[in-house]
Design a protein around this ligand. Structure first.
Ligand SMILES: [Zn+2]
Ligand SMILES: [Zn+2]
Length: 220
């Protein structure tokens, strides 16, 4: 057990969800076993460098790269489950720690969480992608920018006409919409079809972002 694990265990006793070692929700040894997702284009599975979307897919997607840390199985699945349903916020920190070494160059990047459906957030009291993204931005020192909202979520007063125009085009709207020449990193816990990421990327491109990528903990 590392010193940090030991200190944490005194404050918040935990068992590793994978091997039952005392200390951390997922011990460092079991964390090492998770990072095994090969680098491919997330749409067509062609092997690529740094999880970039391949040249052909780039013509039809706003996403430059989609990185995932693990398959949605075993300890990774348990971790997501704990975060969503048992309120284990420590899980968000573990995910962010595992996601952070996968950065390329996050200098000047904006970290944008993909918002969870409103009703579920209300039931839970927190949005898990928000927690992961915030921990991730602290770790990488890239700017935390939670500006995406699902349609149906409370709109800010005084939203301008152009915000409304962008809002109408998709399942999301942007709280601020000037992303001119910015590099945006979308963060979420699980990716399934990628349709959600695609809509978010379209919106951010429309708002001027020049590079949009996603870093997701698990790929279902
Ligand atoms: Zn373990
Ligand atoms: Zn492809």
């Amino acid at each position: 057990m590392s010193v940090l694990d030991f200190i944490v265990s005194l404050v918040a006793p935990h068992e590793c969800l994978s091997c039952n070692a005392e200390g951390w929700l997922l011990c460092s040894e079991c964390q090492l076993k998770l990072s095994n997702t090969p680098s491919t284009c997330y749409r067509c599975a062609l092997p690529t460098v740094n999880h970039q979307t391949c040249k052909q897919c780039q013509e039809t997607t706003g996403l430059d790269a989609v990185r995932t840390i693990s398959g949605y199985e075993g300890a990774a699945k348990d971790l997501v489950w704990r975060l969503k349903f048992t309120g284990a916020r420590q899980a968000a920190q573990i995910m962010a720690d595992l996601m952070a070494p996968h950065q390329i160059d996050l200098n000047g990047a904006l970290i944008v969480p993909i918002p969870t459906a409103t009703q579920r957030v209300r039931q839970r009291g927190y949005d898990q992608s928000y927690l992961i993204a915030r921990a991730f931005s602290r770790k990488t020192t890239a700017q935390f920018t939670p500006v995406l909202r699902r349609l149906g979520q409370q709109r800010q007063r005084g939203a301008s006409k152009s915000t409304r125009a962008i809002q109408l085009s998709d399942a999301y709207w942007l709280r601020h919409y000037n992303f001119k020449n910015r590099h945006v990193v979308l963060v979420d816990d699980v990716v399934t079809t990628g349709a959600t990421l695609e809509s978010a990327a379209r919106l951010l491109r429309a708002a001027g972002a020049t590079r949009v990528e996603a870093i997701i903990f698990a790929k279902a």
